[in-house]
Design a protein. Structure first.
Length: 395
């Protein structure tokens, strides 16, 4: 049944692409210059290795850290992360794997990174994904985003903010390794990685890296199921369109609009919404994905809006906030895409890859014919092999 709705949505979106147009590079946000003084500063750290669900196999220590990074308004606020220090160190100085998680929700209870060792049906949730990185001597810093588990509401899909949060987590991880690494140190090289929201964050971090963190070296970006053109996804939404309930689509749109209300309070998001839409977007500001997704499954996006989202300033604001830049990349990228993805359609991703390549980006683009949104551990295995071929600094 899921495959049926995926195909329906894909056909709908691809059929509408010629009418929504292709975004240009000038529509993308421009990179900021440098980090604010104090960005990445560790304000607290705690050894949680022995706490339930904290430790993945292969981690010698797990450190919960709170560090400073920017929110949507550009203010430095506390952001949470965990740093998993591996049992082995074959590289001399640790390589850093900066992982940004996918959509988990906007509320304070929606954290992911403090439970990286959680078991589901007796099996570690993240081991197949993260275990090989630890075995190969990578420090894993897994970050939350500003507003999740900290002050304020998370500005979901604000790519610049999320990218800064990821880079600042690397700065924090290097401090943590100095304190807890038993004499080992972390090098300046790091890989940004993630899927879905995390993939968007990882690419934005790669885009910002040369100017935001010149003291570090982003050796590459590994991103899966990336919503590169969120505004174009929303451009099709109008009263009654789409007319069917599609898994997770209402959840996703609700999160995007709730995030926009945080990052762009000048946009009157409520003026686009029906009473149902207002209720769902308000709930999205605190609801975690595992509960919110089934709670919205009976609705369709066409019921949420009272006028097309393409009218007025809303789409331009989403585009400036969220659409992934298609130029200005120094590090190589691995982009992995399911061809039946309803949330980050392959048509958008392929078009973005073509534009980015034309603008000089070095992209290894891999597609998976039977995959939808959220690829399996096999994609992470490929990413790990790819990362080991990159030029890592020795310092």
């Amino acid at each position: 049944m899921l495959r049926k709705w995926v195909v329906v949505l894909s056909v709908l979106l691809i059929g509408l692409i010629p009418f929504v147009g292709t975004p240009t590079a000038s529509a993308a946000p421009q990179p900021t210059t440098t980090a604010k003084p104090g960005a990445g500063t560790v304000i607290s750290s705690t050894d949680i290795t022995d706490q339930p669900d904290a430790r993945m196999t292969g981690a010698k220590k797990v450190i919960a850290v709170t560090y400073l990074s920017e929110n949507a308004q550009g203010d430095l606020v506390p952001v949470k992360a965990t740093v998993s220090i591996p049992e082995t160190n074959p590289h001399g100085r640790y390589r850093i794997f900066a992982w940004a998680h996918g959509t988990a929700g906007l509320g304070d209870e929606c954290t992911v990174t403090d439970r990286m060792g959680v078991r589901i049906n007796g099996k570690e949730r993240w081991h197949d994904w993260m275990g090989p990185w630890l075995s190969d001597g990578y420090v894993i810093v897994a970050s939350e985003y500003a507003g999740v588990g900290g002050p304020g509401v998370h500005a979901y899909s604000d790519g610049q903010m999320q990218g800064k949060n990821v880079i600042d987590s690397v700065r924090a991880a290097r401090t943590v390794v100095e304190r807890y690494g038993d004499g080992n140190t972390a090098g300046t090289g790091y890989l940004t990685s993630g899927g879905s929201q995390g993939g968007q964050s990882a690419i934005f971090a790669g885009h910002l890296a040369p100017t935001y963190a010149p003291e570090l070296r982003n050796v590459g970006v590994s991103a899966q199921s990336v919503p590169v053109d969120i505004a174009e996804m929303l451009a099709v939404v109008a009263p009654g369109v789409p007319p069917i309930a599609i898994p997770d689509y209402v959840t996703y749109v609700s999160y995007v609009l709730a995030g926009l209300k945080v990052s762009r309070p000048d946009i009157d998001v409520d003026s686009y919404l029906t009473p149902l839409g207002k209720r769902l977007v308000d709930q999205a500001a605190t609801a975690c994905y595992p509960e919110f997704s089934p709670a919205t499954s009976q609705y369709n996006v066409g019921q949420m809006v009272s006028r097309p989202l393409s009218e007025g300033p809303l789409l331009d604001a989403v585009r400036a906030n969220s659409n992934v830049p298609d130029s200005g990349y120094e590090a190589p990228m691995l982009i992995q895409q399911g061809l039946l993805d309803p949330i980050a359609p392959a048509a958008f991703t392929s078009a973005w890859v073509d534009r980015a390549r034309a603008n000089g980006a070095r992209i290894d683009y891999r597609t998976y014919p039977g995959a939808t949104h959220g690829l399996g551990a096999y994609a992470e295995t490929e990413a790990h092999k790819w990362a080991d071929t990159l030029a890592w600094p020795t310092s």
